[in-house]
Design a protein around this ligand. Structure first.
Ligand code: SPV
Ligand code: MN
Length: 620
């Protein structure tokens, strides 16, 4: 390896040579010489190496210790608080087809641009070389990942979120079967945050199985293994015969029944995904990304992560008791972009008064009323502020979290945010209808984001931001995956956000009832009512579940308001979908047909009952 001794010490060089992998050598040599760090540290699986990373993040000022043992705070730049969709591009060659909605760029042009920006980006900085496994170590599901970063916050976060796998690279026996991620936060300002945000780029090179990301720190942009690996995984899975999904995995464990039933679920950001994966009394395998494979005719899944990068806004002891417990006790935990006052963390809607000053993502001396350069008042914490923790820290961590065989998936849940159309929970009429439900997920913007409220954004399988294959290919592969199984998972949809007169019709905790109904459906314990949109629960079953779980009275009026089929609203949704999908090439015929028949069923019901809102029991 042609890297100077002053940059790569003999000891670190030996760690690389031990792997006997010419592809690793080449990557290291190429990108160290391009990025020009002052020093390179090779991090193995050894405790002392991991500890070095943790300490280095603090020594370099990327994280600060908080009052509670093990807790640290990291700030991203004021304009680097979420995924940068505009500058995230999929690099393609002329023969590669993509949907129009996917942000693409010619591969050669993109590589030239991003490598140009990366030239010398690590000057004066220290780079960490990391080796991880996406999925349990040694599992047939898993894919290895190589990372170069000059952010020790990134390297530290990845230790919490992923399984370290330096030794696994040795087992590759020289092959190039791994993903690689090259990241630099670029030049930093006096607050230690990325200075050249205008040169922020996230370029996904599908052909090269690699991602280049520069001038950013926010984890959704910077952590190779999270949303960057998700894209490479989607590409690989869709060219093979399995699925890479933006899904949590959780185990449903109804009281008094000696069983566990695993569900995987896809929800767009801020639609209750983590809180579904964390429903009290159940177990969690993962909250963000899953690989699904068929084995002997049955679908199994692993969490590619071992930690949670969760939204902290709205987390409070009443609604999220398990997460709150972790956030309020000593352990290794990174907070990001919240308010710090006297070493104590504060975030939005935490169920406690927030001080009027402190250190936050805007300033070391933030005071209430401060305005940013656009005149907008700066909130104490960012709405997308987060915590980074290990799943095994949670008391509801599932025992199969690291099982290399994965868990058997018996149910799939699609979530959305919809104030006026869908019901709290329903089940698809078939696997293909389930794929249709997933492929028509929408989420509404809320008052908490800029712009108009209630604008619906479309995200098939909550994966729109990450799709790197044409939508038609993706849907076709989904339909095939289930059809080839001996027992496909039952497919459900949830909506926690239905409103009447501007008020939510459900409490946050009600999702437990919907989950246990789905669990019962998987085990054929409940009858259901067939409606044009799918199967909905019967009043008695839901009433009993509310009584059993919360000791709460659930009235027929509650049920009618929540489970009425709002036909014209559904037809509007079908029109929106028709509009979107008519612009896509190669949509499978089964999908188009499902859309057509769903529309027909809705119209027939409208004609038969002569009204727009049909109460559930009318379908009996
Ligand atoms: C999401 O937005 O879906 C997340 C957080 O899980 S991020 O890492 O930004 O993608
Ligand atoms: Mn996510």
């Amino acid at each position: 390896m042609n890297i100077e001794k002053s940059i790569l010490s003999d000891e670190d060089r030996k760690k690389i040579e031990y792997l006997e992998n010419p592809h690793v050598n080449k990557l290291l040599e190429t990108y160290v010489n391009l990025l020009k760090p002052a020093k390179v540290r090779v991090i193995t699986d050894k405790k002392e190496d991991i500890e070095f990373v943790r300490n280095r993040a603090i020594e370099l000022g990327e994280e600060k210790k908080l009052a509670m043992k093990g807790h640290t705070i990291h700030f991203d730049g004021y304009n680097d608080q979420a995924r940068d969709k505009a500058n995230t591009k999929v690099l393609i060659t002329p023969e590669m087809k993509m949907s129009k909605a996917i942000n693409t760029m010619d591969r050669e042009t993109g590589l030239k641009e991003v490598l140009g920006i990366m030239d010398g980006a690590m000057k004066g900085k220290e780079a960490a070389i990391r080796f991880f496994s996406l999925g349990p170590v040694g599992s047939k599901f898993s894919i290895l990942a190589f990372q170069i970063t000059d952010s020790y916050y990134v390297a530290h976060s990845e230790d919490i979120l992923y399984r370290t796998a330096y030794e696994e690279f040795k087992h590759l026996k020289g092959s190039d079967e791994f993903f690689s991620f090259i990241h630099s936060a670029g030049e930093l300002n006096e607050r230690g945050v990325t200075k050249n945000i205008d040169k922020r780029r996230v370029y996904i090179d599908l052909k090269g199985n690699q991602v280049f990301t520069v001038n950013n720190q926010y984890a959704g942009n910077s952590l190779g293994l999270k949303k960057l690996a998700l894209r490479l995984g989607i590409y690989k899975a869709n060219n093979e015969d399995w699925l890479t999904e933006h899904m949590f995995i959780m185990g449903a464990k109804p009281e008094g029944k000696n069983r566990i039933t695993y569900f995987a679920g896809a929800f767009p950001s801020a639609c209750g995904k983590t809180s579904t994966a964390m429903i009290p009394g159940q177990t969690i395998v993962g909250d963000d990304i899953a690989y699904l494979r068929a084995d002997n005719g049955l679908p199994y899944a692993v969490n590619i992560e071992q930690g949670i990068f969760g939204i902290i806004t709205d987390v409070n002891p009443e609604d999220d008791p398990l997460i709150s417990e972790v956030l309020n006790s000593p352990r290794e935990l990174i907070f990001s972009n919240i308010l710090i006052n006297n070493g104590v963390p504060y975030w939005l809607n935490m169920g406690k008064d927030i001080p009027d000053e402190g250190m936050n993502h805007f300033s070391d001396n933030w005071k209430r009323g401060m305005k940013d350069s656009t005149g907008k008042e700066v909130e104490p914490a960012h709405k997308n502020s987060r915590y980074t923790m290990r799943i095994e820290e949670l008391e509801n961590a599932d025992p199969n979290l690291n099982n290399p065989d994965g868990v058997l998936i018996e149910g799939i849940i699609y979530g959305g945010r919809d104030s006026d159309t869908s019901v709290p929970v329903y089940q698809s009429l078939s696997w293909t209808h389930g794929v249709f439900i997933g492929a028509t997920i929408e989420s509404e913007t809320t008052s908490a984001t800029l712009g108009k409220e209630g604008v619906r954004s479309f995200s098939p399988m909550a994966n729109m931001d990450f799709l790197v294959v044409p939508l038609g290919t993706y849907i076709k592969n989904h339909i095939r995956f289930g059809n080839e199984l001996d027992r496909a998972p039952k497919v459900f949809a949830t909506n926690y956000f239905i409103k009447e007169h501007g008020k939510f019709l459900n409490h946050k905790v009600d999702k437990k009832v919907w989950l246990l109904w789905m669990d019962g459906r998987v085990h054929n314990e409940y009858d259901a009512i067939e409606t044009p949109i799918g199967f909905i629960p019967k009043y008695e079953d839901i009433k009993n579940l509310f009584k059993q779980i919360f000791g709460r009275e659930y009235t027929q009026a509650d049920y009618n308001a929540q489970f009425a089929i709002r036909v014209s609203k559904w037809l509007e949704k079908m029109d929106r979908m028709e509009d979107i999908y008519s612009k896509e090439a190669d949509i499978p015929q089964e999908f188009t047909q499902t859309l057509k028949t769903q529309k027909e069923r809705l119209k027939e019901a409208q004609a038969k009952y002569g009204k727009d809102v049909i109460l559930p029991d009318e379908f009996l």
